[in-house]
Design a protein around this ligand. Structure first.
Ligand code: HEC
Length: 172
């Protein structure tokens, strides 16, 4: 993919470069008008095609800005808990401000599954219906974006939690 991507972009740049257009114009002056128009359309079409191809290729490579290693099977203790410990613990353990306010204790599996005062945050097998993913993807109001006042979790981290929920949110 990298090779194709680089190829697309450099070819796209070449077609759009001033040198190319200058020499093309000189040449075009000697040609009949109809032929000129057709060639112009062809070259223009080619340039647009290459530019779009390069942009799409670039987008695929950079849609997440990172490449996540595919995990064989999601593990609560190895994939999910380290994220909670590093990014949520300070507020969501007994005594923390997030725990005091919402009742959510992320320091144990039981706490994660119990959820908040309002109800469950994780619905096993249904990441889309789980409020936890809603908050981590920053889909609600800013004051519900978690971790509160901090950087958004990386796509890799969120996908790891998503995969764990999809696979049944087990205590594994
Ligand atoms: C800086 C402190 C802080 C951090 C870090 C933090 N939270 Fe929170 N969290 C809060 C507070 C405060 C609330 C209560 C918000 C409210 O009810 O207005 C809350 C509420 C929540 C809720 C319940 C929201 C609701 O609608 O009831 C969830 C779920 C949650 N946090 C998950 C997380 C997760 C997962 C992380 C780590 C990725 C995290 N939080 C990190 C402070 C924090």
């Amino acid at each position: 993919m990298t090779w194709v991507n680089v190829g697309c972009i450099s070819a796209g740049r070449l077609a759009l470069s001033p040198i190319f257009w200058t020499s093309y114009r000189e040449e075009a002056g000697n040609l009949r008008k109809g032929f000129h128009m057709r060639r112009r359309l062809l070259v223009l079409g080619g340039a647009i095609f290459l530019a779009i191809g390069g942009t799409i290729g670039y987008g695929i490579l950079n849609s997440s800005g990172q490449v996540c290693a595919a995990q064989a099977k999601a593990s609560f203790s190895e994939d999910v808990m380290p994220i909670f410990v590093g990014r949520c613990f300070s507020c969501h353990q007994p005594g923390g401000q997030g725990n005091e306010k919402s009742g959510l204790d992320l320091s144990t599996y039981e706490g994660v599954m119990r959820g908040t005062k309002m109800g469950k945050m994780v619905i096993p097998g249904d990441p889309e219906g789980s409020n936890l993913m809603w908050l981590l993807d920053w889909r609600g109001a800013p004051e519900t974006h978690m971790p509160l006042g901090k950087k958004k979790l990386s796509i890799c981290d969120r996908d790891a939690i998503r995969a764990w929920i999809r696979e049944g949110a087990k205590n594994n």
